[in-house]
Design a protein around this ligand. Structure first.
Ligand code: HEC
Ligand code: HEC
Length: 393
């Protein structure tokens, strides 16, 4: 029953998106690696231009007012002064991250929806919560969260510690309370020993629990093994021709770097790319829910694109695959038309002026996707550790 309702909901959402985007959904770009408009000679010129350090790459196509930061390798991660890294804290955080017994039903752990094999996301359109309740949004990856500034699609948490607290208390996610979690941990000899080595005494508190989970999350970082990172590091053969053309498109004609820039491929900002479903059944007002500023209606956090080929489906609502998404960007994304009664509505969302109609050829779309695939790190599987017994104290 639940499943049927979900399927109906998905079909309705997809149909609505396609109506909005008109022809965009119908076209599927050529498979990656297909010949693009750029001739072989142009690709050679590009190779010469991009062999230089990023600071000397061709001018990016960016609009006035965009605080552009060049793409590149990630800097060394910085841990907050009030929660520095330690091996013991990381080990405790890892156990907590994988421990389903901490949730209200004893069955849901952070790893249920953030799985290293699925790029630290869950591969679903929107996550499946407790009691088969669908969550409203798609699970983002926790990879490189150490470089993040705001958390959740609407940025409502300012740190990973705050973020984890919100999840424990969310009835569809961990469905529990700080008191219940601390009680369970305090009942465990094994956990008490882990708290003692991480914090100096064996008293589990919620603040320590959150600090440990955040430390584990901050250690999940890109390791410089992607084709893009190797290319920037001087391995000129790391990007094939399609990926190289894609890099150039990403920085120029396709205008992606207006928002996805810097080493993490995000401006850490919020933009309306036309997916708020304003005034419709699946409306999500995004950043507005946090700030109550009418300018923020329909704005969502610019996600990092590192490892993006592994974390589909995409966007806060999980409705798109990469080809569909590139088609939408090429069409300039959907423009919501106000209904007559919405003409004077101060909350009516305004699509970002940074989005233009791009008219990318099929080959160019394939090149862009090839470049996004060059952002994938070497595969890593992070396994659940052996968990301490509960209630043995
Ligand atoms: C039922 C699935 C589910 C569970 C369980 C879950 N999450 Fe999430 N997580 C999500 C979804 C969905 C979002 C996005 C929600 C939103 O933006 O409103 C999210 C967002 C996040 C983010 C923000 C990432 C970003 O870039 O904004 C982090 C970090 C995170 N979760 C960590 C955790 C931790 C730690 C736990 C365990 C304490 C956990 N999650 C448990 C589904 C889940
Ligand atoms: C105006 C700023 C802006 C521009 C320009 C832009 N993006 Fe985005 N991008 C965003 C935002 C904001 C989201 C999240 C939107 C949402 O969930 O509703 C996003 C989401 C994505 C996602 C989904 C990531 C995920 O984890 O779900 C991909 C892939 C992506 N963009 C690629 C691109 C490419 C390729 C281009 C250039 C053709 C581009 N973007 C141009 C702001 C932008």
């Amino acid at each position: 029953m639940v499943r049927i309702r979900r399927a109906g909901r998905m079909r309705a959402m997809l149909r609505f998106s396609c109506v909005l985007l008109l022809a965009a959904c119908a076209q599927v770009p050529a498979p990656t690696g297909g010949a693009s408009d750029a001739s072989a000679a142009t690709t050679d010129d590009l190779r010469a231009a991009y062999r230089r350090p990023p600071a000397e790459w061709p001018q990016p196509t960016i609009d006035a007012g965009v605080a552009f930061v060049e793409l590149g390798r990630l800097p060394k991660a910085v841990f907050p002064a009030d929660n520095p890294w330690s091996k013991e804290k990381e080990a405790l955080g890892r156990a907590l991250f994988f421990d389903g017994r901490l949730s209200g039903t004893q069955q849901m752990s952070c790893a249920s929806c953030h799985d290293s094999v699925l790029g630290w996301a869950d591969g679903r359109t929107t996550s499946f919560g407790h009691g088969a309740q669908a969550l409203a949004r798609n699970a983002p990856s926790i990879l490189n969260a150490v470089h993040g500034v705001h958390f959740f699609w609407d940025g409502r948490a300012a740190s990973l510690e705050d973020q984890a607290l919100a999840v424990f208390e969310n009835e569809k996610e961990m469905a529990t309370s700080g008191t219940a979690v601390v009680e369970k941990l305090a009942s465990s000899r094994g956990y008490r020993a882990m708290f003692a080595s991480a914090f100096g005494d064996d008293e589990p508190t919620m603040a320590r629990t959150l600090a440990a989970i955040a430390t584990f999350e901050r250690m999940q970082q890109s390791d410089g093994s992607s084709a893009f990172d190797r290319f920037v590091g001087g391995d000129a053969a790391a990007l094939d021709d399609a990926q190289l053309r894609g890099l150039h498109l990403f920085r120029t004609k396709a205008r992606c770097v207006n928002c996805h820039h810097g080493p993490a491929f995000t401006d850490h900002g919020f933009h309306d790319v036309g997916l708020s479903y304003y005034g419709r059944k699946f409306e999500d007002l995004g950043r507005y829910r946090v700030t109550k500023d009418p300018a923020d209606v329909g704005r969502f956090k610019t996600p990092s694109l590192r490892n993006v080929a592994r974390t589909g489906p995409y966007m806060h609502n999980g409705l798109f695959d990469l080809p569909g998404l590139v088609n939408m960007y090429s069409a300039g994304m959907a423009v919501l038309q106000p209904k007559p009664e919405q003409r004077d509505d101060p909350l009516f969302p305004k699509k970002s002026p940074l989005l233009h109609k791009l008219d990318l050829s099929q080959g160019e779309k394939g090149d862009l996707i090839a470049f996004l695939e060059a952002l994938s790190d070497r595969r890593r599987r992070v396994m659940a550790p052996e968990l301490p017994a509960l209630g043995d104290r």
